[in-house]
Design a protein. Sequence first.
Length: 363
Amino acid sequence: MQIITQEYKQFLFDIKSKIQSAQLKAHIKVNEEMLKLYWEIGSMIISKQKESSWGDKILENISKDLKEEFPALQGFSLRNIHYMKKWVLFYSNSQHSVDEIVQQLVAQIFQIPWGHNIHIISKVKNIDEALFYISKTIENNYSRAQLVEQMNKELYLRSGKAVTNFESKLPKPQSALANEITKDPYNFDFLTLREGYDEKELKDALMDNIQKFLLELGRGFMFVGSQQRITLGNTHYYVDMVFYNKILKAYVLIDLKMGSLKPENIGQMNMYVNYYANEINDEEDDKPIGIILCADTSEIVAEYALGGLENQIFASKYVYYIPNKEELIQQVQSVINDISEMSFSFIYTNFSFIKSYINIFIY
């Protein structure tokens, strides 16, 4: 009887991993070549239509003739031909030439599947947003369903919007990376909670949906544990949820609050972060990050409470419903209007001084 040892199992696993890796690389290469072909076809059609004043009726002929010439190849339906043209036109609508765009984006747009590309150009309005979702797809290995879900949740508009002190406490590259993991608000629409739920029910619900919560948190997160005990003197404290971000190489501590953000919440999180930095961190770990998730946050309270802290902490709110893009844009516009009104007030109040100052340069 043949005995299967643990050593053999590991050896077989290593071989399988090599095969799967090779298969993945081959699939990526095939996908990349196919997308390059689609890009060239779309570019050729656009160029020929401009040159010969052909209308879109010609696309029916192209589709029919290509399918007859290459019956074994998929992808030459009229609908797909239209998408090839739309794809190139989408990325052509910028200040750069198509060739410049291809050179800049070849490492990204040709790495994700064609179906993902179609969803992106059909949903978003500008190249920056498209590149954001392409980057997130590559980083997180989104399936098409996961990509659509994140787009429906308006991840682009929510990312990096939380109040933080990262820029003042971290070097620029790390600060930018840390800001990538921040959102405002965080979307908990995957939870089902009774009316009048309490804090424990919220924590338990997140634990029951940990995979979806990890997806909402973003790339690089690994779950460490919940209700992690910290003992100081004779008093026990408990961190609601602890994660480790392998990209930032840092522990991420999350505290959930039912009500509005209070200054004492930030003080408590500061204590947790200090403890992890001194007692839990290994030599290769960077400083821990603290996240306080509340039902509501005040930017003024957050900014003053976070000011002067040495630790990396940010506050954000959670919701069970994400407004649609129009509603989110209205919220952003409201903030812009507030700033504009403040600016107008400043100019009006200081009009005489500003006029004198300008006159120095005119006369």
